[in-house]
Design a protein around this ligand. Sequence first.
Ligand SMILES: [Fe+2]
Ligand SMILES: [Fe+2]
Length: 151
Amino acid sequence: MKRYEELAPLSREHNRALLLARNARRAAGTGDPRRIREAWEALACAFRDEMRAHFATEERLVLTLLTELGEHDLAERLWREHRAMARNIGDPALWTRDRLAVLADVLHEHVRVEERRVFPLVQRHGSPALLAALADHPDAGDAATERRSAD
Ligand SMILES: [Fe+2]
Ligand SMILES: [Fe+2]
């Protein structure tokens, strides 16, 4: 199915999240403490720059629609995964190799479910107002890159 233009900002962030997940999975596989630390730091940076706002947009617009459609289990699952990822990324005391491997898998599957199951539902059932609000989601990519190069 062709992706609506309105979902492009969230989909671009999904592509970056998949790269982060792959990097995290590789770092966990090496067992190298420095690479594991760097992967967690990259996740923390991405969380600050775009994932936090991405989760908020999805919760405000997408999960609300899922609930209206009666997709309670799916909405609950995505909401729970947002909370778990935020908790782990936000607390350096939890930055272990095992948790990194789990987080990489959770993030990867989370994005796949949203792209394959949730976005088609949004395209089919989302109102014009909802789609317009999703199109307004700020694409953090450019701003984040600028901020990092200014650091
Ligand atoms: Fe999500
Ligand atoms: Fe997402």
